[in-house]
Design a protein around this ligand. Sequence first.
Ligand code: AHR
Length: 323
Amino acid sequence: MRINTPGSAGILPASIPALLLFLLAAISTAAPAKKLTVGFAQVGAESAWRTAETQSIKSEAEKRGVTLKFSDAQGKQENQIRSVRNFVAQHVDAIILAPVVETGWSPVLQEAKRAKIPVILVDRGIKVPDESLYATLIASDFVEEGRMAAEWLAKKTAGKANIVELQGTPGAAPAIDRKKGFEEGIKKHPEMKIITSQSADFRRGQGKEVMEALIKKHGNEITSVYAHNDHMALGAVQALDEAGRKPGTDVIVLSIDGIRDAFQSMVAGKLNCSVECNPLLGPMAFDAIEKAVVGQKLPKRTVVQDKVFDQSNAKELIASRQY
Ligand code: AHR
């Protein structure tokens, strides 16, 4: 059988239905994949580091045409659990979770697993008996950051320091691991000791308040401050300044994150050192999600590499800082 159509010299092969089917199939494989909806359960907005991480994830979602449902737990695990549960009820395609603390996640993650929703952990790890409860963890090695800080301080002080430690949120992976790594690092130096260690919840205001109280209590005995993040260190710098001590010279101050304000303080000669912790995790998180939703296996952990910055390179690098 032959079919006459205009422009075909009046002739088309009889297998036209097959040809149409072929074309349709080609069009449908070229069609864009299903638009994803992702829930992001964030810790809060306690530091510039955290807002940089939020921004990285939001802008990457926008770039990839992903619908992002965002929730801010305001530092409370119960809020975060509620958000994850809501995301499960809304049948999102994947969940990004930056967990406030390490423990207490099994029940809600079991709910996500039962609903076949992959959970991508960013920035902080968790402790669960069953690792299949999350698809992957993308984060810095906080223990290593603590070790790098200790090594830097040992070099700077020739292994002699009376240290005030300002810890992050109790129970949070970076607070636990940065303490562990730092303690491991200073153990090699008998004349380096932590004279007191207190939490300031990763917040600048609390860093200042806690430091003011510690200056009153320990006075000139303090020769160094190690803070688990830049914001607490910047609060401590202010407290030292106001108490007439000289942060950067009299008292060596070091911390972790590498935010722009820390660079400014290093350039001003106040903060001595900041170990980087990269918050720009959006691209890696969405690469992982795109694989997870099509059933590809992911590495259980991807470690983000960090560098050490101090007053010797802060001025040259400040303009290139992205957060
Ligand atoms: O989990 C990463 C830590 O959390 C960052 O160091 C800190 O600034 C933040 O609040």
